[in-house]
Design a protein around this ligand. Structure first.
Ligand code: AQP
Length: 327
């Protein structure tokens, strides 16, 4: 059975982009793959976090994982910092990567742009991400399009280390991307990706948003003035984004949707999308409240950390041995 690894940062506001780009895949894969789903708290601290808030957000993401349908009996759910191999392998891989390749990462450029001083973690976190993946001999990494470059870096590092120490050192993983949903754009500015940290709450729909908020955010989404409903991301990014979200939720291709529709304008498309989104998120919200309050949650994370650690330790023994570490 192929092994899957992926993670989400516990930084609040898990949104439609995270769900349609990554989380939805997590659920789809768990029946015929060995899945490991991490809450990547060590990535979250690349920007300052309030410790109490971070602890809360970790449990929020764990509950959300289960609320969308990740079954802890089938998949491992755990917190990154509970398995020390991530940080250890992260350092080892820092010594097998180049600053030049890290400075080239577009996410680093975007997040560091215009700042006087930039935390080292913001530059090196793609190496930690490579460690997260390689630690579990991962075959498949389900992620959104924004992580494509980081997956390529992970593959480059794995191939580089394998070249030096032998092909049995690391499994070289593949990214897995959705057709619709791989890049959900901000509702207020469809030239930017939907993001947790955007200031305008109507730029995104969070998975736990109330029906009224979902309606408001979609109905005021930026479109254009020509009034024609067609899929053209370059010239009509707003309408194309709405069609993409529609396609991801309905499971139908944009072509099929456009061939079937009899919308009289953007308002009709938006109204249908509101209903579709509200319906899709309703069961998640219902499950979430119950799971978030249950004692089971921490037990799931403890059990997950034990299972993850057992796999990680095997890899670390092999890696330490290859590098001549661990006297
Ligand atoms: N807009 C998006 N469309 C599709 N997929 C997306 N992902 C993120 N944004 C979109 C995917 O969600 C997974 C988890 O992301 P993360 O928690 O690592 O955070 P991120 O990529 O940093 O997400 P944000 O929302 O953009 O946060 P900020 O605002 O802090 O930068 C990943 O698989 C990611 O590809």
């Amino acid at each position: 059975m192929k092994r899957v690894f992926s993670g989400v940062q516990p930084t609040g506001n898990i949104h439609l982009g995270n769900y349609l780009g990554a989380l939805k895949q997590f659920v789809e894969l768990q029946d015929d793959h060995e899945c490991i789903y991490c809450i990547v708290d060590e990535h979250a601290i690349t920007v300052p976090q309030d410790p109490e808030e971070l602890r809360k957000h970790i449990l929020d993401v764990a509950a959300l994982y289960m609320a969308i349908g990740i079954d802890p009996k089938k998949s491992i759910i755990f917190v990154q910092s509970a398995v020390s191999g991530h940080a250890e392998l992260g350092w080892i891989l820092c010594c097998s990567s180049y600053t030049g390749e890290l400075y080239r990462m577009t996410q680093f450029k975007a997040k560091s742009g215009g700042k006087e001083s930039v935390g080292t973690g913001l530059l090196t976190y793609p190496v930690l991400m490579a460690a997260d993946i390689l630690l579990y001999d991962t075959d498949v990494v389900p992620v959104g399009n924004d992580q494509k470059q980081h997956i390529e870096l992970c593959r480059d590092i794995a191939i580089r280390v394998n070249h030096r120490f032998g092909e049995d050192t690391f499994v070289v993983p593949d990214g897995r991307f959705m057709k619709a949903g791989a890049r959900v754009m901000a509702l207020d500015d469809p030239t930017q990706k939907m993001s947790k940290s955007a200031l305008n709450e109507h730029s995104r729909i969070s998975l736990l948003d109330q029906d009224s908020k979902i309606k408001k955010s979609i109905m005021r989404a930026t479109t254009d003035s020509d009034g024609e409903i067609r899929f053209d991301p370059e010239n009509k990014p707003g309408v194309s984004n709405l069609l993409n979200i529609y396609s991801a939720f309905s499971g139908r291709s944009v072509e099929e949707i456009l061939a079937d529709q009899n919308w009289r304008g953007y308002g009709d498309l938006k109204k249908e999308l509101v209903a579709l989104t509200q319906e899709a998120l309703r069961p998640i919200k219902q499950n979430y409240d119950e799971i978030r309050e249950s004692d089971e949650l921490k037990a799931v994370l403890r059990d997950g950390a034990e299972r993850a650690n057992a796999i990680a330790e095997k890899t670390m023994k092999r890696v330490r041995d290859k590098f001549g570490l661990g006297f």
